[in-house]
Design a protein around this ligand. Structure first.
Ligand SMILES: [Zn+2]
Length: 248
């Protein structure tokens, strides 16, 4: 990253949601959509934060009022694929069919669907030209904490690549512990979470890190993160907002 870019991105953070069924591929329920997402949208309204919601097209079709509400309240809608498919396991022709299908559904709610996040953060490089061809300008499918390193924000094949900073379960750790992790993260900080983390999953038969502090505790912790970022002078924006600051 050059000096000017580093300066412009000095204290920029994005809050993003991967809007999907509960804890894929372990569950098929949608309690996160019914209870979690409305609570998250309420929190964002209360805190005056605009977020990016990467919807699977399937959830946008099943819960159109939530996709509409997100658009009406000024949030960005991005694509999280059609039904949470693993793009790294698909043939390119099938991947393109699903990108196209999902995009068409999501653009019923807003023309501005130009950001993409692959399910499980598994986006093969060959998908980038396909995304570009379907009008995407931003890909947020990489993670700073996953190899190969380093994974910096950059331009590649005509898209702005903006990696996520930490895994979503970090946002459910006890505050003092997660505060240490946040402090060490470089800008732009890109956080992501899922609606199902904001309903009580503690009794579900899923991995412990998927259950820990879910529900009301998670909501309070996310509120604390937003308050702390604001207090420390961070600009909280959408993933497109981050890309604009990068000059993309
Ligand atoms: Zn996902």
């Amino acid at each position: 990253m050059d000096g000017e870019l580093a300066h412009r991105l000095g204290r920029v953070a994005a809050i993003t949601l991967d809007v999907e069924q509960d804890c894929p591929p372990y569950l098929e329920t949608t309690r996160g959509m019914e209870q979690g997402l409305p609570r998250l949208l309420d929190l964002f309204a209360e805190k005056r934060v605009k977020a990016t919601l990467f919807f699977t097209a399937e959830m946008a079709e099943k819960y159109p009022h939530l996709a509409k509400r997100a658009v009406d309240e000024g949030h960005e809608i991005g694509s999280h694929g059609h039904h949470h498919e693993r793009y790294d396991k698909l043939a390119p022709s099938e991947a393109e069919r699903l990108v196209e299908k999902a995009t068409k559904i999501l653009r019923r709610y807003t023309d501005n669907v130009t950001s993409f996040r692959a399910p499980n953060l598994k986006r093969p490089r060959w998908l980038l030209p396909i995304l570009k061809q379907h009008g995407y300008t931003i890909d947020s499918s990489e993670a700073l904490y996953k190899p190969p390193f380093p994974r910096r924000p950059r331009k590649e094949q005509g898209l702005v690549i903006i990696p996520v900073s930490v895994t979503s379960s970090v946002l459910r750790l006890p505050w003092r512990l997660q505060a240490l992790i946040h402090h060490a993260l470089p800008a732009p900080r890109v956080y992501f979470a899922h609606p199902w983390e904001y309903v009580d999953m503690t009794r579900e038969n899923i991995r412990l890190d998927c259950r820990l502090n879910t529900g009301e505790t998670a909501l309070q912790l996310l509120g604390a993160l937003i308050d702390t970022l604001k207090r420390e002078g961070w600009i909280i924006t959408t993933i497109t907002g981050v890309a604009k600051l990068m000059g993309g």
